[in-house]
Design a protein around this ligand. Structure first.
Ligand code: S3P
Length: 448
């Protein structure tokens, strides 16, 4: 079932070449953070290019429930009147974060050092995902959480009345956990320190600085040490959200593998903590050029020009690259299916606790389409082939990136590839269907 309605079965057929300009929506990670930091600031934050996917809309509603005034003024144009650090009000209703792990984990962090109580829930996917990874460090600040077995939602969090600062070494490479701790640290006295043995996306650190917090980052033998001085006065900012490299990955990978394609994708974030897919595609021999490299809204961005590349080679992705491409392994495994030789993805066990178990979801769907796959707890290996047979109905498992990946596979398979439910695509890429159709891709909803 789709998160917010009946399943939407969809099918992709061999098509192309893909041509044109792919204006992908705003970055999901930055959009969540713009709303949350706007809510924790004094004065008005103006956001342009906000992703209007369901995940971010759920975070906008949550910020309103915690007392901020969140308004939409036009496509992607939003304002937030914040309540200041420590100013969250107690919400009257349960906070429903829908499908979004980022939303719930960051918001739990943001409220954990304010003496209020809130109950969080989500859809069937989110309610299976582990929350102990955030409630453990939040307990060190003095917050208390009660949830279902295994630390699952629905869950009630009572924020600390008298928070203490925390030094926390991340046990898993997770930007969501890092961000939850930093957001909690905002309303704790003294210095909150997060140590990350492996670098994860750094939007929270960048944006905290942009909103006026004192944040230092040091590379040490223990890893990246991020130090935040508590109780800053954050002030409303103007945030221009760059386009999402994780969403760009779908038209980019489609253009690389559909014969004769050539597309451009303007204004995509090239933040090095999000860049692993692009590094990997270049190693595979992909014809991608990065033009007009510039800085927008505190993030490096570029215009991508992508051309069909015959003869892509299978590669190995090292474990230390996994965090910088964690959301891109599903679509990489589609490119791998048409590359020469095997592609081995190492250090990917975090994929098992995403919107779905993405190793299992991709492995089963690729097998159903005739692709040879091998997996361990922490690796996924895809054997490339000259022509993927296709001809299967794959399962999206309430996971937007699984649905989009199999629809891209259908563009190069001998027979059509279907997904049982394309509804989840709306969580991160609401314009996926018209955007891909505009490039010439035969992706459509099945007739009712
Ligand atoms: C995100 C972090 C990643 C990523 C998710 C967005 C973020 O999750 O998979 O889509 O915005 O912080 P983890 O932090 O759990 O790896």
């Amino acid at each position: 079932m789709s998160a917010h309605g009946s399943p939407i079965p969809m099918t992709a057929r061999a098509s192309g070449p893909l041509r044109g300009v792919a204006e992908v929506p705003g970055d999901k990670s930055i959009s969540h953070r713009a709303l949350i930091l706007g809510a924790l600031s004094v004065g008005e934050t103006t956001v342009t290019g906000l992703l209007e996917g369901q995940d971010v809309l759920d975070t906008a509603a949550a910020m309103q429930a915690f007392g901020a005034t969140v308004r939409r003024h036009g496509p992607g144009a939003w304002t937030v009147q914040g309540v200041g650090v420590g100013g969250f009000a107690e919400p009257e209703q349960v906070i429903d974060c829908g499908n979004s792990g980022t939303g719930v984990r960051l918001i739990m962090g943001a409220m954990a050092t304010t003496p209020i109580c809130a109950t969080f829930t989500g859809d069937a996917s989110l309610n299976k995902r582990p929350m102990g990874r955030v409630t453990t460090p939040l307990a060190e600040f003095g917050a208390q959480a009660v949830g279902r077995a295994g630390g699952r939602l629905p869950m009630t969090l009572v924020g600390a009345a008298d928070p203490v600062p925390v030094r926390y070494v991340l046990p898993v490479p997770s930007a969501q956990v890092k961000s939850a701790v930093l957001l909690a640290g905002l309303n704790a006295p003294g210095e909150t320190v997060v140590v990350e043995p492996e670098a994860t996306r750094d939007h929270t650190e960048r944006m905290l600085r942009g909103f006026g917090a004192e944040v230092s980052v040091e590379d040490t033998p223990e890893g990246r040490v991020i130090t935040l001085r508590g109780r800053p006065e954050l002030t409303g900012q103007t945030v221009a959200v760059p386009r999402d490299p994780s969403s760009a990955a779908f038209p980019v990978c489609a253009a690389l593998i559909v014969p004769g394609s050539e597309i451009t994708v303007p204004g995509v974030s090239r933040n090095p903590t999000r860049d692993g897919l692009y590094v990997t595609l270049l190693e595979m021999g992909a014809d991608i050029t990065f033009e007009n490299v510039r800085e927008e809204g505190g993030e490096p961005v570029a215009d991508l020009r992508v051309r069909y590349t015959p003869g892509l080679k299978g590669v190995e992705t090292p474990p230390e690259r996994a965090a910088s491409m964690i959301d891109e392994f599903p679509i990489l495994s589609v490119v791998a299916a048409v590359a020469k030789g095997p592609t081995v993805m190492r250090g990917v066990k975090e994929l098992r606790v995403k919107e779905s178990d993405r190793i299992d979801a991709m492995a089963r769907g690729l097998e159903a389409c005739g692709v040879q796959v091998a997996e361990t707890e922490d690796t996924l290996t895809v054997q490339g082939m000259a022509q993927v047979p296709g001809g299967a109905v794959t399962q999206s498992r309430l996971d937007h990136r699984i649905a989009m990946s199999f629809l891209v596979l259908g563009l190069v398979s001998a027979r059509p590839v279907s997904v049982d439910d394309g509804g989840p695509i709306a969580t991160s890429f609401p314009v996926f269907e018209p955007l891909m159709a505009g490039l010439g891709a035969a992706i459509a909803r099945d007739p009712a």
